[in-house]
Design a protein around this ligand. Structure first.
Ligand code: HEC
Length: 182
């Protein structure tokens, strides 16, 4: 009996019953346009705008808010003046994306571990006052980190249009500012 089934199976394979071409029955949409849309624009070098780095508390507060939050919908506290929670894209109201830099970086007041990127605690003292980093370096890093490291894991923030140059300045100003909290 067993032998009979085996023979039947072999006969079916030989006769091509399992070799049917099913390609026309399987839906396979062309993913090229989706992949093209998600492809990052090429790395871009920027010159930090004049008067970019500011000690204006409101600008630094906006930079801080962008650093510590994911988007306007998820944010628990209201954003500082001048930073919207929602923006209109193609006539649709959508939450404004923020930086969520704390997903990867530790910094004063951060609650998560943020240990994928370097710890940015005391950045002013360790990196700026020590002369290790310039404001231009930090601006470029936040605008498009690929210039410094082509294999970076950091988000690309200016070249992708995620943020405006003014917002990049505010995030940079926050990173390099003297902070009071631990
Ligand atoms: C997905 C993880 C990730 C996210 C999100 C991220 N970073 Fe980074 N960041 C890194 C890594 C990794 C490095 C180390 C250098 C590199 O790989 O580019 C880095 C480096 C840096 C540096 C340079 C530190 C130095 O002087 O060496 C700064 C400043 C910085 N990030 C700021 C930010 C800011 C601001 C944001 C949010 C807008 C952010 N990062 C979001 C991963 C991340």
């Amino acid at each position: 009996m067993r032998r009979g089934l085996l023979l039947l199976g072999a006969a079916l394979i030989v006769s091509g019953a399992y070799a049917k071409d099913l390609r026309s029955a399987v839906e396979s949409p062309d993913a090229t346009p989706i992949l093209e849309k998600d492809r990052l624009p090429p790395p871009k070098e920027y010159t930090m705008p004049k008067e970019c780095i500011t000690d204006d508390p409101l600008a630094i507060a906006r930079g801080k808010y962008i650093f510590h939050n994911l988007n306007g919908k998820k944010a628990k506290t209201p954003p500082p003046k001048g930073l919207p929670r929602f923006i209109v894209v193609n006539g649709k109201k959508v939450p404004k994306q923020y930086g969520n830099c704390v997903a990867c970086h530790n910094i004063e007041g951060a609650v998560g571990p943020g240990n994928i990127g370097p710890d940015l605690h005391n950045y002013k003292k360790h990196f700026i006052d020590s002369g290790a980093r310039s404001y231009q370096f930090v601006y470029q890093k936040i605008a498009d980190a690929r210039i410094d490291n082509p294999k970076t894991h950091m988000t690309i923030n200016l070249t992708t249009g995620l943020f405006t140059p003014r917002e990049i300045c505010e995030i940079t100003s926050y990173v390099v500012s003297q902070k009071k909290e631990k």
